[in-house]
Design a protein around this ligand. Structure first.
Ligand code: DUC
Ligand code: ZN
Ligand code: ZN
Ligand code: ZN
Length: 484
């Protein structure tokens, strides 16, 4: 069976043109004029774009004494409803657990996915076993990215020696390290300070994680990656301090990628000053929301190219789960949702306002991510042979975001009441229509694991630097007897 998308305007990361798109067996087989197929989808007035890729989700993640409440079923349903056709989740071993063991757990969770998915592997502790299993993960399991938490002291946090060891291992294997960049030691100290002063509400969560802890850790991770000779991907870049470090590194020729979240782009720190405890706690995530100046910095980064992708860090907890932290903000499970809203919110606040172009929208929601993760042009492209993960985007379609009509399993939405303009008319996952005008027609288990090959790219600027400065032992004419 073939499907043709007719009368639309194809928008990719670099081109905009009128064309039909013909699909067979889940792949794009032709892009051109006057195509026909067994089934026709009308795209009059719409943009036909590569489906979104969310490179950062936590579905059914064990965290802070509970599990995040969207699993691979509800999470990928939410994704498709909002035009996202692939998610990349994190397999996170508990300290002491083997990587392959953790991967098996995430494999088991993912069987109900409605859309394609992949995994990043987290390094939460260091040992010879971890060192060895990293090779299996890259060469046999199709995973080319390793995530490191520089925060969550006493849980997943890794120290600088572990970071350096893992980054060097990534360099050897052609893998890309990711960092959650916050100084976990300083955060832990500030948390105790605020609690001791009687500051136990959700606002203290933000006080305990100021932009400086993120800027410091981002700079440190960039320098450590530089010494290891490996590119670096900084997840949830939320502030100017971190963005500035990334911008400077890129200007120096280093491959460093920054990933702002749709939440940080559109919601600010005033949310934590809300008088309702639940309202504020529902918005507790790490890093926390920032002020308007930081938001401006992130938008500028997307427009200028110093920041590469927009993600969600989708990690949804119910109000009841958030209430674990009544009386102690450090026990509020960290995380917010966003999978269904990322694309409409970015279109509304980015494209509709003129901050980014439709082509830049495609770049930061799909194509750049596919390139960085080494799955382009299977994903993130509209061309012959690419997977037919597509969104037929109606720029005139509007709605008001509300928990009452969302796919996510939780009982609220941090974007509640926001009016968005720009929504999917159709979302297709490997050629299959999963969403039509807000109706969900997906199929549980349709999603497949997307295997990702190691990278060819190295940190070229660094390798040149290394050659120039490679330490050489100095031949000396005389060595004195040692002192006493
Ligand atoms: N931050 C969150 O808010 N949730 C999940 C993990 C993280 O780093
Ligand atoms: Zn994180
Ligand atoms: Zn995360
Ligand atoms: Zn219709």
């Amino acid at each position: 069976m073939s499907t043709v998308i007719k009368n639309g305007t194809v928008v990719t990361a670099d081109l905009t043109y009128k064309a039909d798109v013909l699909i067979e067996d889940g792949k794009i087989v032709e892009v051109g004029d006057n195509l026909s197929g067994d089934e026709t989808l009308d795209a009059t007035g719409c943009y036909v774009m590569p489906g979104g890729i969310d490179p950062h989700t936590h579905l059914e993640m064990p965290f802070m004494g509970t599990y995040s409440s969207d699993d691979f079923e509800s999470g990928t349903r939410a994704a498709l409803a909002g035009g996202t056709t692939m998610v990349v989740d994190f397999a996170i071993p508990s300290p002491g657990q083997g990587l392959l063991d953790a991967l098996q757990m995430w494999d088991n969770k993912s069987t109900r996915a409605h859309c394609d998915y992949s995994f990043h592997m987290a390094i939460t502790w260091w040992s010879e076993q971890v060192f060895n299993e990293m090779e299996t993960v890259v060469r046999e399991k199709g995973i080319n990215t390793f995530k490191h938490f520089m925060a969550y002291k006493g849980a997943m946090m890794v120290n600088d020696d572990e970071l350096f060891a893992s980054f060097q291992r990534c360099a050897e294997l052609g893998a890309l390290p990711l960092v959650h960049a916050e100084n976990g030691d300083v955060v832990a100290d500030l948390q105790q300070k605020f609690l001791a002063e009687g500051n136990d509400g959700p606002e203290a969560h933000a006080y305990s994680r100021p932009p400086a802890v993120e800027g410091e850790a981002t700079n440190r991770a960039i320098m450590i990656a530089d010494m290891a000779g490996v590119p670096l991907y900084v997840v949830h870049t939320s502030c100017e301090e971190s963005h500035e470090a990334i911008r400077r590194a890129r200007q120096q020729g280093k491959r460093v990628y920054g990933e702002p979240l749709i939440q940080h782009l559109t919601l600010d720190e005033s949310e934590y000053a809300h008088p309702d405890w639940d309202h504020a706690a529902r918005r507790v995530m790490s890093p926390p929301f920032r002020n308007k100046q930081h938001q401006d910095s992130l938008w500028a980064g997307l427009a200028s190219g110093s920041l590469s992708v927009v993600a969600t860090d989708h990690c949804a907890f119910t109000t009841d789960q958030k209430r674990y932290g009544v009386g102690d903000f450090t026990k509020i499970p960290n995380g917010t949702g966003g999978l269904e809203d990322r694309m409409p919110m970015l279109w509304t606040y980015g494209v509709e306002t003129g901050r980014i172009t439709p082509n830049e929208f495609v770049a930061v929601t799909s194509t750049n991510i596919a390139k960085i993760l080494n799955i382009y042009p299977k994903k993130g492209a509209i061309m012959k042979g690419a997977d037919a993960d597509l969104v037929v985007w109606d720029p005139a379609k509007e709605k008001t975001i509300s928990a009452s009509s969302q796919q996510s399993a939780i009982d609220y939405n941090v974007f509640e009441g926001k009016h968005v303009k720009g929504l999917p008319r159709y979302t297709l996952t490997r050629g299959r229509v999963a969403v039509h005008d807000g109706d969900f027609k997906g199929q549980e288990g349709h999603g497949e694991f997307v295997s990702r090959e190691p990278f060819q790219a190295v940190n070229k600027a660094l390798s040149t630097w290394k050659e120039l400065t490679a330490p050489r032992k100095v031949e000396r004419t005389g060595i004195p007897a040692s002192g006493v």
